[in-house]
Design a protein around this ligand. Structure first.
Ligand SMILES: [Zn+2]
Length: 280
């Protein structure tokens, strides 16, 4: 079942830009986790004002692959986690890596990597991470109402966001992925839809015009509606230079190289304008 969640932003700035930042697929524990890239992007987030920058983590926080998992490849797991207590170690390391941006975090989603572990053990690593960071755990799908209250007026600007980790089957093209997001979110009529899972960063806006007949049925009223579709990238490299046969499951399965990094959607409060950027 989807989660319902509300956040409020009070704008006391002269010309505030309110931002939503989508991060995903850190895969802490994997040999391919690109820690350097994460630390660089973390610095960019820390330059922002935490009152106006909202960070959402869309899943695959840790790699969480155990020996029971069909994706298990010894070479794909960083040496530090070759131990029985790898899950707690991955959780603690993820929390340490993300903790500096805690004031920006608005929610953390569950995903396929930890779901498999959860089925085996009834322990939910993502909920554990959320509780350690004191951030809402949002389950697998969440619909968010974002109310923006500018100081200069008593009108509230409300937008809906629809966030999910993504379809486990995944579409192979950008348009296929947008179709998937459109289908999954259409009943909720959001302004921003974000998914992750496919490790391919991107953002696209689609405007549609609804033609609604007037009461007399003699003319149409045009309502323009723009939806911003976002695919968060990852911090997991598919291919690395390794010795011998030490390949991770991405390389074994011949996945395309991942697109690194997070995606941002910015909202200009006074002009009521929204635009997406395909990177931070
Ligand atoms: Zn992932």
């Amino acid at each position: 079942m989807a989660t319902i969640h509300t956040i409020n932003t009070k704008c006391r700035h002269k010309r505030p830009i309110v931002e939503h930042i989508f991060l995903s697929c850190f895969h802490v524990g994997s040999a391919g986790f690109h820690e350097k890239r994460w630390r660089e992007e973390r610095e960019k987030i820390l330059e922002k004002d935490p009152r106006y920058a909202n960070v959402w983590i869309l899943g695959d926080e840790i790699d969480g692959i155990s020996t029971k998992d069909s994706r298990f490849e010894l070479g794909g797991i960083a040496d530090r986690y070759h131990c029985n207590d790898f899950m707690n170690l991955q959780i603690n390391d993820f929390v340490d890596l993300v903790e500096p941006i805690q004031p920006y975090l608005r929610g953390i989603l569950d995903s396929n990597h930890t779901r498999r572990f959860r089925k085996d053990s009834s322990f939910n690593p993502t909920a554990e991470i959320a509780s350690s960071l004191d951030v809402p755990y949002l389950g697998t799908t969440v619909i968010i109402t974002h109310n923006i209250h500018p100081l200069a007026s008593d009108r509230v600007w409300s937008e809906r966001l629809f966030l999910m980790h993504g379809d486990p089957t995944g579409a192979r093209t950008l348009t296929g992925r947008v179709n998937f997001m459109r289908r999954a979110s259409s009943a909720f009529q959001p302004t921003i839809v974000a998914m992750a899972h496919v490790h391919e960063r991107g953002a696209i806006a689609e405007t549609e015009v609804l033609l609604l007949p007037n009461a007399a049925g003699t003319d149409f009223k045009e309502i323009e509606r723009t939806v911003h579709y976002v695919i968060a990238g990852s911090y997991l490299r598919t291919y690395m230079v390794t010795e011998g046969s030490n390949a991770g499951y991405g390389e074994v399965r011949h996945y395309a190289p991942s697109t690194m990094g997070g995606v941002s959607v910015e909202m200009d409060v006074f002009n009521r304008d929204i635009w997406e950027r395909s990177r931070l």
